[in-house]
Design a protein around this ligand. Structure first.
Ligand code: COA
Length: 370
């Protein structure tokens, strides 16, 4: 109670790539992609970086730029914390959060990146809420902590740089973008009512994206070997698509690209999403009838439809944005939340659920009163 969303914004890269264009790269059709996923096109970064998009989104959320939704203009020095969720940072160090903090002049903010795959924005909100509650005046131990009154929570992804553009199973699904929300601690407001985060084991590595730490190594099991550096082969091996992900990587599959077994992830998603919604409602002593609107992660329109059916809700109660964006991992939920405010779907007093799932397997939901 008390952690309120007071602004949100989004920014997409300029290039729009319709399905038809991808038929130049892989054996696919517009018909297959649109009917199996609901995706018609996606935005792709060519010149934009991850933080470039996040900066645009944050400026809207802070009330500094047109677009998005903002209850008030927040001064730069009033942001105490920046939490930046991403699986595709521009660099590991400085973090995207640190670069964004500098660009926006958030002189008082502590800033860090985090990664909970596509559920990252949900996890980010829970961290912000917890730190605000723990440092609120009167909270036990608050005097020993940074006071966090306002936080900027970002989901930003330049995902298309980790996509294997020769793999039709994955390349048609993803896109780039960034969304941001400003949250404020105000004990007079209900704000976030409950949240739930969970990890299930991804036993078969159904969804992987190895870290970008692949500098050639001058080591063998025996120790230092300068020849090993020369022998390192940076070329991408041909891989048998039938192999399990871990086996593919062991066999020399491209290490720095996203790899996915779609059906396994689909199965996880269709159970994890309704389960997370049910759990946040249970924790707040509410039922689905009390909820006006749901903002889900956008991985496949069929997953959202399945969740709607299972919850006995019409699709109109879900904000859907996948058609012209695809899946932009942790950026999906904040961007889609911004859509919902912009098109007037969320009204003051509404109870809203944000719900996501992703690699790992992570899942989670946040229930708040607007
Ligand atoms: N174009 C044409 N055919 C394609 C294709 C493409 N882009 N991608 C896969 N296919 C083919 C497959 O090779 C397969 O052919 P086969 O029957 O000859 O073997 C056929 O389409 C069916 O593949 P399948 O994987 O069963 O399709 P699907 O209905 O499960 O849809 C996904 C695939 C990826 C769209 C779907 O499984 C999905 O959305 N999974 C969840 C993904 C997700 O949520 N990821 C992000 C998590 S955050």
């Amino acid at each position: 109670m008390g952690c309120t969303i007071i602004g949100c914004g989004k920014q997409l890269p300029a290039l729009d790539v319709p399905n038809e264009e991808l038929t130049k790269l892989v054996d696919t059709t517009d018909e297959w992609i649109s009917t199996r996923t609901g995706i018609l096109s996606r935005r792709v970064c060519v010149t934009e970086g991850n933080v470039d998009m996040a900066e645009g989104a944050a400026r809207q959320a802070l009330g500094w730029a047109d677009g998005g939704y903002s209850q008030c203009k927040v001064a730069p020095e009033d942001i105490d914390l920046v939490i930046y969720s991403t699986i595709s940072p521009d660099e590991m160090v400085p973090t995207c959060a640190a670069v964004l903090r500098r660009r926006l002049g958030l002189v008082n903010a502590a800033a860090f990146d985090m990664n909970a795959a596509c559920t990252g924005f949900i996890y980010g909100l829970t961290i912000a809420e917890t730190m605000m509650a723990a440092s609120a005046p009167g909270a036990p131990g608050a005097a020993g902590r940074n006071p966090i009154r306002r936080a900027l929570v970002v989901g930003g992804e330049r995902l298309t740089r980790v996509v294997d553009w020769a793999d039709r199973n994955t390349c048609v699904l993803f896109g780039d973008g960034a969304g941001a929300a400003v949250v404020e601690w105000d004990e007079r407001k209900p704000g976030i009512l409950s949240w739930f985060i969970k990890n299930d084991d991804d036993h078969t590595n159904a969804l992987t994206c190895p870290a970008c730490f692949d500098a050639p190594q001058p080591f063998t099991p025996e120790g230092v070997d300068p020849n090993a550096l020369q022998q390192a082969d940076p070329s991408i091996a041909l891989i048998d698509a039938e192999l399990d992900t871990t086996e593919r990587i062991a066999a020399g599959a491209p290490r720095q690209v996203l790899s996915m077994h779609g059906q396994k992830v689909f199965k996880f998603a269709t159970s994890a999403m309704p389960a997370a919604i049910e759990e946040v409602l249970r924790r707040a002593n509410l039922t689905i009838d009390d909820v006006q609107f749901i903002v889900p992660h956008q991985a496949n329109l069929r997953i959202i439809k399945y969740a709607a059916k299972r919850m006995g809700l019409p699709l109109e109660r879900f904000q859907v944005s996948i058609a012209h964006r695809g899946n932009s991992s942790s950026a999906c939920i904040p961007m889609t939340l911004c859509d919902a405010y912009e098109n007037g779907s969320i009204h003051p007093g509404d109870k809203v659920v944000l719900v996501g799932f992703g690699g790992g397997f992570t899942s989670g939901a946040v229930l708040y009163e607007a």
